[in-house]
Design a protein around this ligand. Structure first.
Ligand code: SF4
Ligand code: SF4
Length: 246
């Protein structure tokens, strides 16, 4: 083993990361379809960090992320993917301000995708609390309807949840789609639409990513998809029969 073949922190229990793995991770980031669109250089001016809300509250700096990528600091990139990239709120204030027209938030999004692809523990930990939401979205096509937003349903939102007593009926009129207004209709996703969505998720690798970060959830979702596909096939057969009868 050469001196630079692997990196590790001698006092950390974290597994050693090989040079090959670091290079593979960076190659995946760099070869992302929008990478060249999101980074054009970096003055290290810090404007992005000065305007970043997450930088005010966390040990996180978009300037640092862009610098790590721009200077191809493989160890630093890997290190940032263990925690820091998950602090970004994806608000894109940075992208609006950067004199180089970089998008640090967009770069973070790419790094998150790659973290998921590589099954990093940080990705699994961050996404674990969302498994219920994911299951709901994937199995019904929707997760939340406006009339579910009540303070009783979300006690974990803290004292500000009382603001939900705002005139929701009036506020909801701002949402143009009537079907989104109630639980009954908002959760009804057309069977054909669901089945088409499954095809898109398969073709775009979403389900592969899900399997990487949460195998149990992937199994449950696969069962739901199989059932819905069967239902859809039955519906098609029934309607073909009816057409033949006509
Ligand atoms: S990404 Fe843009 S705003 Fe941020 S430090 Fe680099 S040049 Fe400045
Ligand atoms: S997108 Fe992320 S990095 Fe950019 S300003 Fe918002 S929180 Fe900060």
């Amino acid at each position: 083993m050469t001196a630079h073949a692997q990196i590790s922190d001698p006092v950390s229990e974290a597994p050693v990361v090989s040079r090959e793995d670091l290079e593979e991770i960076f190659d995946d980031i760099r070869s992302h379809a929008v990478y060249d669109h999101e980074i054009h250089g970096c003055l290290n001016c810090g404007i992005c960090t000065a305007t970043c809300p997450s930088a005010h509250y966390y040990d996180y700096s978009p300037r640092e992320i862009v610098q790590l990528l721009w200077t191809e600091n493989l160890e630093g990139i890997y290190d940032a993917m263990q925690e820091k990239i998950w602090a970004c709120a994806q608000c894109y204030t940075c992208a609006a301000r950067c004199p180089f027209e970089n998008s640090p938030g967009g770069l973070v999004m790419i790094m998150r995708e790659v973290a998921i692809k590589h099954g990093m523990e940080s990705a699994k930990e961050v996404l674990r609390p969302f498994s219920r939401v994911l299951l709901k979205v994937i199995s019904t096509g929707n997760q939340l309807a406006p009339n579910m937003i009540t303070k009783e349903a979300f006690p974990d939102w803290g004292p500000n949840v009382s603001r939900i007593d705002a005139p929701l009926n009036i506020l909801r009129k701002a949402i143009p789609m009537p079907t989104m207004h109630t639980l009954d209709t908002a959760w009804e996703v057309n069977l054909k639409t669901s089945v088409e969505l499954y095809t898109i998720w398969e073709a775009t690798g979403v389900l592969d990513q899900l399997e990487t970060v949460d195998e149990n959830l992937f199994d449950v979702v696969s069962d739901v998809m199989d059932e819905k596909r069967e239902e859809w096939e039955e519906w098609l057969e029934d309607n073909e029969d009816e057409d033949d009868d006509d």
